[in-house]
Ligand binder design. Structure first.
Ligand SMILES: [Ca+2]
Ligand SMILES: [Ca+2]
Length: 496
């Protein structure tokens, strides 16, 4: 019994120390929006709450009155701010009515500009997380648009459309949502409007409304409840406690719904992020005449939007999808960082896109590196890259990440196992080295089991692993290529 008590005491001490000091985090946050964001200095309230909880944010804002995503996407001040720092989060708030409009209109008036902003954010730094600011419906619905779309005649109807659109924008852009509007709805319902979140115009936030929004941002950014924060912004303590509780519950009880807990494992969702650059060539896709790899699958719409590594043997659990497919994409690959002291321990994984010239692009389609979460900057890791049907490649040595120059897996000396792991797809006088193809079941060895998989898939003209020459069809040409590689054995570290 005493032992249990001691353990519990230690646990709580650690818990308290951990939350207040050991894991103090400072995030850089850029707020892009308009008056819904700048009213009552919302970013400063987020900062006040963060500091009271042992964390901090450093923030900037780009919030001209009435601005839309379309305005921001061509506003040089906004774009300069996006490019001015390695932000951890960029908050994106659309004009307050637009996302509530009919779906077809939102798809043309808002979504393309949301995507442009997300692209600008990731072109600056692929580790930055876009965070959509789900706003709230008007106090009594949107009278000015009620005739056109009757659902907007009520607060509930307008909120429903805002929730749909912002959630969809997050999904479409591999981004997250700060569900302020849903927390707002719960406060209104729970208190029967005894806590008034609106200013006098029935649209902009009161101090309490901005405080609630700040609590939601705190919970979404730090993935901790703001409940207990001593920063009250001068508001009634009982009101503040209720807002803190509702905000925390709204975010933390539905992390999946808001696309906040997408990295794996979930505990890594707020882990540090490092950008990895690498390049490689693939036998089967490589064409010595053009000196690059085939993009047949992407140009013929055969490349799936979601990566193919969810099945065995990879079992990578998350549904990353490409959001900005480069037409020069060859295929999906799976990037891994491994512990420098124990090469068998995979520290981080992520699907990425391989381009014709051998460059790796993130799922955002940009070539400034692949963002891997759960790695510490300036530490050394082994890198490995796997495909659907090649022997996976492992770096010969551990390297410090992020790396300024792309790690080249087409150099024999860079690959564990050297030329036993690579195929010369050039000629003897000018060798060009590419990953060995034929591992149709992906287990790290090319043998009869791969042939059996080929037989099963013979004749298929879809995206399928036995199409090892990347022409969209499983036929005798794949068989001939398989035969050339039929005895390949990957280094044991990459086998399953
Ligand atoms: Ca195999
Ligand atoms: Ca083929």
């Amino acid at each position: 019994m005493k032992k249990t008590t001691t353990f519990l005491a230690a646990f709580w001490l650690c818990f308290i120390v951990t939350t207040l000091a050991c894991t103090a985090k400072t995030y850089k946050v850029l707020f892009v929006g308009n008056s819904y964001t700048f009213y009552n200095t919302l970013p400063a309230i987020v900062q006040g709450i963060a500091q009271s909880q042992g964390h901090d944010i450093i923030f900037e804002s780009a919030t001209p009155g009435g601005h839309t995503f379309a305005n921001h996407s061509s506003n040089s001040t906004t774009l300069d701010k996006i490019n001015s720092d390695d932000w951890d989060f960029v908050v994106l708030q659309e004009q307050s009515q637009i996302p509530s409009f009919p779906p077809g209109q939102v798809a043309t008036d808002s979504y393309p500009f949301a995507e442009m902003l997300c692209n600008a954010i990731r072109q600056n730094n692929p580790c930055t997380k876009p965070l959509f600011f789900m706003t709230w419906g008007r106090q009594n619905g949107d009278a000015s648009n009620c005739d056109v779309l009757p659902i907007l005649c009520t607060y509930e109807g307008m909120q429903g459309r805002l929730t749909e659109s912002y959630t969809e924008m997050a999904y479409l852009n591999n981004a997250s949502v700060a569900p302020v509007g849903e927390a707002w709805r719960t406060v209104r319902t729970t208190t029967e409007d005894a806590i008034n979140l609106y200013s006098g115009d029935g649209s902009h936030p009161s101090n309490l409304g901005s405080y609630l929004a700040a609590c939601v941002f705190y919970a979404a950014i730090f993935q901790e409840s703001p409940l207990g924060s001593t920063y009250t912004d001068g508001l009634n303590e009982a009101d503040v406690a209720l807002l803190q509780e509702i905000a925390g519950n709204t975010v933390l009880n539905d992390l999946d719904t808001w696309h906040i807990s997408t990295p794996t494992p979930p505990a890594l969702a707020d882990a540090p992020c490092v950008v990895v650059q690498a390049n490689l060539l693939l036998t089967g896709a490589y064409n010595s005449d053009s000196n690059n790899m085939s993009n047949y699958l992407s140009t013929n719409n055969l490349l799936p939007p979601h990566h193919p590594f969810q099945n065995a043997p990879w079992n990578y659990p998350l549904q990353h999808k490409h959001t900005n497919l480069n037409s020069n994409t060859v295929d999906w690959v799976l990037v891994e960082a491994r512990n420098s002291n124990d090469v068998n321990t995979v520290v981080a994984q992520k699907p990425a896109l391989l381009l014709s010239d051998g460059t790796l692009a993130d799922v955002n389609g940009f070539t400034n590196g692949v963002a891997l979460q759960g790695l510490n900057s300036e530490e050394e890791y082994y890198l490995s890259i796997k495909t659907r049907n090649h022997l996976g490649l492992l770096s010969a040595n551990a390297l410090s990440l992020p790396n300024a120059n792309a790690y080249d897996f087409s150099l024999v000396e860079n690959v564990r196992g050297g030329d036993s792991q690579l195929q010369n797809v050039g000629d003897s006088s000018a060798p060009i080295y590419a990953a060995k193809v034929g591992d149709i079941n992906g287990n790290g060895i090319v043998n009869v089991h791969d042939f059996n998989a080929y037989i099963v898939q013979f004749g298929m003209n879809t995206y399928t692993n036995a199409d090892i020459n990347f022409d969209g069809l499983v036929d005798d040409n794949d068989w001939l290529l398989y035969q050339e590689n039929a005895t390949g054995i990957g280094v044991w570290e990459i086998r399953y």
